[in-house]
Design a protein around this ligand. Structure first.
Ligand code: GLU
Length: 477
């Protein structure tokens, strides 16, 4: 069988982890069997439509490498097709116009609720054979759901499911404004696109028997269904912006890697895991709908960080460089020209869990003289230190070769000459070149900053101190 899956988000908000896991699993299933994976944007409900949402979804999937076959399909561009299918159903008397007012439906609803019953449409207009309605009276179109019998299907994750038709009411397939509804469009499209497997969140489980009846009415092939359990926050509630990021792209903004996010989601709720780390290639091999846990999964943000730390420190450095450059670009951070970013990664990435954490820890490398060092200088730098700085400047200036060893030697000589404790000396230089009181190894930091910027910053501090203490220059000893 030629496998065809689809990810079909409604563009009402940004893509979050739950939606992304659905996309990943649909994608993996198609890839595993050399099938096709489509992206379908379900945007017929213009009232709930968010203009930026489709862009966010497309950008997120592209960033993560979950590529789809052909162009994305927008349901808003297929309205004519839905109209044709609705008219066919009306003609075959498989659908009918319902003129019931909002007030009547509300009353019906509250009466049923008062009796402790499930609210459902009573079929008034289904029975009404005569057309005693005026032309301009507004109506919806309902699907004539069978009254008797059952809908039975075997969900690939949840197993056999049997629903009595008597529990389902006549579904609205066209709203009063003439637009078709989700359940109807999804079925028309799944038939047209020859979808073989519908993999989606189990919040759609209630829709499935209704859709199966629609498949029958439209004489389409019924796909296999697989309903994924929800991803919940640690309190067992639905994920919300309060706990999760508002969009997958926010993970990118904060310096997470696609590898980490995909690996995390792949393992979330996966039974019989053989190992912890999976590349996309391996995910394709190990993915199986049989191994997906039926129970909800709880999100663990520390685990995402843990995966991120792993990939930051194990992926090929050229790849990490590309990610970092992209991070700098989207966050509009300019780094010093010719800055040895690669060396910084080699020396210090091990301490960091995200690119953001990494970059912000070394912002003194990136922000040229935008360092708020004055406060620290005034607190820690004494008058007598000026001479040390002047000597340091001279010795560094005289270095013919810029290496960690040579920088370290200059520091050692000065310590001896001025008979200083290393901690005091280091604090002075550290503040002068970074504005911070603590950094990783002073020698490495100085080396990475480069001779030009090292001297620039030391000179800046010298001038500042001269003005501060003397309002004039002093002689070098
Ligand atoms: N548009 C639906 C949603 O965003 C998905 C429908 C489906 O996968 O059938 O939840």
């Amino acid at each position: 069988m030629d496998i065809k899956t689809r990810f079909s988000p409604s563009p009402t908000g940004f893509l979050h982890l739950g939606g992304l896991r659905t996309a990943l699993f649909s994608w993996l299933f198609a890839q595993k069997y050399n099938g096709q994976f489509f992206l379908r944007i379900e945007d017929t409900d213009q009232q709930r439509f968010n203009k930026n949402s489709s862009l966010d979804i497309i950008e997120s999937l592209s960033w993560l490498g979950l590529n789809w076959n052909k162009e994305p399909i927008y349901q808003s561009q297929r309205l004519q097709k839905y109209q044709i299918e609705i008219q066919k159903l009306l003609k075959k008397k498989k659908a009918y116009k319902c003129y019931c007012s909002y007030e009547r439906l509300e009353l019906l609803r509250s009466n049923l609720l008062l009796l402790g019953k499930k609210p459902r449409y009573d079929g008034k207009c289904r029975k009404n054979k005569k057309k005693n309605f005026t032309e301009n009276q507004s109506y919806v179109i309902r699907f004539k759901n069978p009254h008797t019998g059952t809908v039975t299907f075997t969900d690939k994750i949840l197993g056999k499911i049997i629903i009595q038709n008597s529990e389902l009411d006549d579904l609205i397939i066209q709203r009063t404004d003439g637009t078709p509804t989700y359940n109807f469009c999804a079925v028309v499209d799944d038939i047209d696109m020859k979808i073989t497997h519908v993999i989606r969140g189990n919040d759609h489980l209630n829709n499935t028997p209704r859709q199966i009846n629609l498949f029958h009415a439209l004489k389409g092939n019924i796909p296999q269904f697989a309903h994924l359990s929800m991803i919940l926050n640690p309190k067992g509630q639905k994920l919300s912006k309060r706990y999760d990021m508002s969009s997958i792209l926010e993970y990118r903004m904060k310096g997470y890697l696609p590898e980490a996010i995909l690996n995390y989601l792949f393992c979330l709720g996966m039974l019989n895991q053989k190992k912890e780390f999976y590349s996309l290639k391996e995910m394709k091999v190990f993915f199986s709908l049989k191994n997906i846990n039926k129970s909800p999964s709880i999100i663990n943000k520390k685990k995402i960080l843990w995966f991120n730390h792993y990939y930051l420190n194990t992926l090929n450095i050229e790849k990490i460089l590309i990610y970092i450059k992209k991070y700098l670009f989207i966050n509009k951070i300019q780094i010093l020209k010719h800055f040895p970013l690669k060396d910084l990664i080699i020396h210090f990435m091990k301490r960091h869990y995200t690119i953001e954490d990494f970059i912000l820890s070394y912002n003194y490398f990136f922000l040229d003289f935008d360092i708020d060092f004055k406060k620290n200088i005034q607190t820690y730098c004494k008058k007598k230190y000026l001479k040390i700085l002047l000597n340091l400047k001279k010795n560094i200036l005289n270095l013919s070769f810029w290496s960690i060893e040579n920088v370290s030697n200059v520091f050692k000589q000065l310590l001896l000459k001025f008979n200083l404790k290393f901690s005091k000396f280091a604090k002075l230089i550290r503040i002068s070149i970074t504005g911070k009181t603590s950094t990783p190894s002073l020698t490495i930091i100085s080396f990475l900053l480069g001779k030009k910027y090292f001297l620039k910053r030391i000179s800046f501090v010298i001038t500042y101190l001269e003005n501060f203490f003397f309002k004039k220059k002093i002689d070098l000893i």
